[in-house]
Design a protein around this ligand. Structure first.
Ligand code: 5GP
Length: 191
């Protein structure tokens, strides 16, 4: 399946590559200013946050470190249960460090709340959240996003790291899948 073939599965482009890159540059500039002299650790949540991290880190002009946290949700793939299993832990101790979580999308907010609490228990000096997409209407657990990208409506999106059944992560834009590509699977509630 090449990228053009994947595009045929997309109902509409929600956020273009250009819009994403502009936002990433904007966020990179703010983060560079806020974390001057702090050598923060950017923690990307696998796998969805990887594309965002890769672009964002190159728009940050101060020294940073990167780490990866691998999680898997219990339950069906497109619904959050709020309980996440750590499948790959951090390689370093974050005690006393400035930590910035880099997340692709906040939906119910359950996964990120779980991750945030888990990391806070490790006593970092600070912990903040940067999320490219905010599906605010779907929120079950309130969570403050320190560095937000775009607010989007409650639709299932793919691309720019986000998948459906492990596909579409390599699209350079954010799109909405045609319903026939996932609806019949019955694991996502369409509004
Ligand atoms: P939450 O716990 O906030 O409901 O779920 C967050 C995770 O669910 C995200 O990191 C992402 O993996 C997945 N997710 C939520 N909404 C979407 C979506 O619209 N598209 C995709 N591909 N994943 C989503």
């Amino acid at each position: 399946m090449n990228v053009n073939m994947m595009s045929a599965d997309i109902k509409k482009v929600l956020i273009t590559e250009h819009q994403i890159q502009e936002k990433v540059a904007e966020l990179g500039a703010i983060i560079s200013k806020d974390y001057q002299g702090k050598n923060p650790i950017l923690i990307s949540i696998l796998k969805g946050g990887v594309v965002f991290l890769a672009d964002l880190m190159r728009k940050i002009t101060i020294p940073i470190e990167i780490e990866f946290l691998g999680i898997s949700s219990y339950g069906k793939s497109t619904k959050s249960s709020g309980v996440v299993k750590i499948v790959k832990d951090l390689n370093i101790d974050i005690r006393g460090r400035h930590v910035l979580i880099i997340e692709d999308i906040v939906d119910t907010g359950l996964s990120l709340t779980y991750i945030k609490n888990m990391l806070i228990a490790r006593n970092p000096q600070s912990l903040k959240i940067c999320a490219l997409l905010d599906k605010y209407e779907a929120r079950v657990q309130e969570i403050f996003i320190d560095y937000p990208g775009f607010q989007i409506s409650n639709e299932f999106v793919v691309g720019y790291g986000l998948d459906y059944a492990e596909k579409y992560r390599n699209l350079s834009y954010i799109g909405v899948l045609k319903p026939e590509y996932y609806k019949q699977k019955g694991d996502y509630n369409l509004k």
